[in-house]
Ligand binder design. Structure first.
Ligand code: G6P
Length: 502
């Protein structure tokens, strides 16, 4: 079985993630519900990113996917009767959903995951809110996911957990599955410096939990190194081999690797080529933008880590310094609302909206709005049309584990003349930094200068840069990332199996 194709999983795959790959909408009408047979069901298929990339792998391995079902439960945590075979057209694997009560969601998801781990790992220690009970719920939810995994795990299973919602689960799973079950995890957000991590409530338990994995993946070397720093400092019983990036703790050997995640570059390329010119023109018309204008673009989840206020300040500086661009350059900022139950997010959204209004009042005229701000949902086609049409893409997070938007833009820049401005505080900068225009998002003057460079860059300079960027994005695409992950998984799986045999 070592001959297997790179992208296949060496055993039966059990994926664990917070978000589910498929959403089923059942008709709510009570009468219809009474006659179950006539109840209508609509299923949303996975769109984009990791979920869409992993789905065929789970299908192929006829595995199991365990996720929070987005539903409300009357009990604290329940997963009764909550298995469904997916995809609907060709049922290949089991999607098992855990429904969480409002209180569980508030504490595990809006609490410990997004009020503690998210800000802490992104270095926003001031924004950490450690409310009582949140960690207890995080542990309880991790326990329930671990229980669900162990019900499905066999000798030959490979468990692959995604992200920071499940730092405790690997250690719990390790206690209850067969010796030969392989456990892996990918941590999609940054790992912080040890001096930041020291403020993490229950930090020691989180590290110990993560050391239940056979394989732990990060996007870039520096996160892997920082994780090992933390283990050396805060888990004295662990033995750490820094050069091989291997940790031995409590009978488990954890291999720590850095594999930058990519996007499905071909599909962005294809979709961008297939959108008609009319699609971009329609969007510009909808936003009341002159078709002649040079277009700047930002696409983000509305999150304080994305550096949106800093971007607006740089745009304001740019317009101050360059009256000749008034009426000629328009910046489109698309934001998708996120985690709005958390006050910090709500306040941040208010700040962004009021800054946009203020800057537009300062410079705008009857026929020109400098910053077009929208929170409307954009379809994939609209997004690709915008990416393709945008002359300058601005990706300016204050901290970002990877940033896939930068890669999507490059893949969709099929005319070969777009310019990417990229923050040096993103994982993406490691591979794309040398051919993007680098910005330090907090240096507003320098940021504005790079906007000036971007709008004035001659065509051949833009073409040369984007060509190299496209090669990198295609070489390190989602398929490459999955193949690399499964290469490592196969390796630790074989090691574990030969260890258990001896
Ligand atoms: C980040 C996380 C993902 C998460 C996404 C959206 O990229 O690493 O795990 O899915 O944000 O956030 P949400 O909280 O809406 O799932």
């Amino acid at each position: 079985d070592t001959q297997a194709d790179e992208s296949t999983c060496p055993g039966s795959l059990i994926v664990v993630s917070n978000r589910q790959p498929y959403r089923h909408e059942y008709e709510d009408d009570e009468e219809a519900a009474a006659e179950t047979a006539s109840r209508s069901i609509e299923v949303d298929e996975p769109t984009g990113g990791l979920t869409a990339g992993l789905d065929p792998v789970v299908q192929e391995s006829e595995g199991t996917w365990i996720a929070w079902g987005d539903g409300e439960a009357d009990f604290d945590v329940t997963d009764e009767d909550n298995c469904v075979a997916v995809p609907p057209a060709e049922e290949s694997y089991t999607l098992r959903r855990l429904d969480l009560s409002d209180e569980a969601v508030d504490s595990y998801y809006y609490g410990f995951s997004n009020r503690v781990l998210w800000p802490l790992c992104h270095g926003f220690t001031d924004l950490v809110e450690n409310r009582s009970n949140d960690f207890d719920w995080y542990r309880t939810v991790n326990e329930r996911f671990a229980d669900a995994v162990s019900e499905h795990a066999t000798d030959d299973s490979v468990v692959w957990l995604q992200d920071y919602h499940f730092a405790l689960a690997p250690g719990m799973i390790r206690e209850s599955v067969p010796q030969s079950t392989t456990i892996a995890q990918f941590w999609h957000i940054p790992w912080p410096l040890a001096r930041t991590f020291q403020h993490c409530p229950a930090g020691g338990s989180l590290l110990e939990g993560l050391l239940g994995n056979d394989l732990l993946g990060f996007h870039v070397d520096r996160y892997a190194e920082r994780f090992l720093d933390c283990v050396q400092r805060y888990v004295p019983a662990a033995s750490v081999d820094r050069s091989r990036r291997v940790v031995r703790y409590n009978g488990t050997t954890t291999r720590v690797v850095a594999t930058p995640m990519g996007v499905d570059a071909e599909s962005y390329d294809r979709d961008a080529r297939s959108v008609s010119d009319a699609a971009a023109s329609e969007l510009l018309e909808r936003y009341d933008i002159s078709p002649e204008n040079v277009i700047g673009l930002g696409v983000d989840r509305l999150d304080y880590s994305k550096g949106i206020p800093e971007r607006l300040a740089a745009l304001e500086r740019f317009f101050e310094r360059n009256p000749s661009w008034h009426g000629e350059f328009t910046f489109v900022q698309s934001c998708s609302l996120s985690r709005t139950n958390i006050r910090t997010y709500e306040r941040h959204g208010d700040l962004v909206r009021s800054e946009v209004t203020r800057i537009n009042q300062r410079f705008g005229t009857d026929d020109w709005t400098p910053i077009v701000y929208t929170e409307d949902y954009l379809s994939n086609d609209e997004l690709c049309a915008l990416y393709r049409r945008a002359d300058v893409m601005v990706v300016s997070p204050l901290c970002d584990g990877m940033n896939l938007v930068a890669q999507e833009y490059v893949a969709a820049s099929v005319d070969g003349d777009g310019t990417l401005l990229l923050s040096d505080r993103t994982g993406a900068h490691e591979t794309l930094g040398s051919h993007a225009l680098t910005i330090d998002p907090a240096d507003i003057d320098g940021f504005a200068s790079q906007l000036e460079v971007a709008v004035a860059m001659p065509l051949h300079g833009r073409q040369r840069r984007i060509r190299t960027l496209r090669n990198r994005v295609f070489d390190g695409d989602l398929e490459w990332w999955m193949d690399t992950q499964f290469d490592w998984i196969r390796r630790v799986h074989n090691e574990r199996r030969s260890d258990t045999r001896h």
